[in-house]
Design a protein around this ligand. Sequence first.
Ligand code: ZN
Ligand code: ZN
Length: 375
Amino acid sequence: MATEKSYYEILGVERNASDAEIKRAFRKLAQQHHPDVSAEAGSADRFKEANEAYQVLSDPKRRQVYDTVGRAGLGDMGGTGSPFGEGFAGFGDLFDAFFSGMGGAAASGARRGQRPPGSDLRYDLRITFDEAVRGIDKEIDFSLLDKCGTCGGTGAAPGSTSVACSNCGGRGEIRTIRQTMLGQMVNVTACPRCHGEGSVISSPCATCHGDGRVQRHKKLRVTIPAGIDEGHQIRLSGEGEAGTRGGPAGNLYVAVHVTPHPKLRRDGTEIYCDLALSIAQAALGTRVRIPTIEGEEEVEIRPGTQPGTEIRMRGRGVPHLRRTGSRGDLHVMVRVAVPTKLSKRQRQLLEELAAESGEVVLSGGIMDRVKDALG
Ligand SMILES: [Zn+2]
Ligand SMILES: [Zn+2]
């Protein structure tokens, strides 16, 4: 027989490894070599070996004996007489028990007295561009499972109360103890009769049939803050569906949708407005009326304004949702509209303008030029 590997070598840890390190090392090996996971030849043996090492090293008494006199000292305390020596039928359960136990006790198991919360609800609310910018209070009306008024949400008929569940003795959980290779495993499951609540209703409420909830309409006033935007959600804690039998209510999420403005565009806190000027207006300057959140406003366009010019009206944009008193800007984007259709007089004047500037232009209308060509 070849020299036996030490238990420390098997787990790949130092002699002075802490309990946590040993546990971690075993867990890693078990995940790698567990027969349910690995089809590799020799995996079952590796798992058995690791398990034996873990059994000894995770037990302070056995570890001390092993450290002092080696495997021989363990005698029948040793790992070789494992109850799972033959076959691996039990490993699935063992595996689950081991890993769920390590993951956190809270993860598994309904604890007594903790009723699941009601569902969250979503309400789609459409508002106008102006309402989004200024903010508004809106009344919403929706249907939900709400706390039953007859029983106050307990689900028990008035006058009756809930009684301790006889299946679990009011504990809400069923404990089973099993012997495994890793020692005793306590398996805790929610009681199937009372669903982990520990109590059952002797006489259910006639209105809600013991659920503690009834379907009804609810009206709520929702304050939409100034500056809200498309896709934002407002959370109203505890305004969602009631939980069963007095469980906490879920939340209501109001999803905001904003109808676009016919003339204004929005990007965050900035508002954009397109302004088309004629050639004459851009060249000579003018006064135009601009749509703003506060209504139309007259803006002066200076002579010689170029296409692409941006006129910025500071503080006339959208309020910041979080920084009160602060607003974005309104950007007026100037373009110059070149006429595509000209009256005879307009054409004449433009031709004169071109002549005055010494510019070469196509003269005459299309009809004139057609006549010339036929001429
Ligand atoms: Zn009821
Ligand atoms: Zn029970």
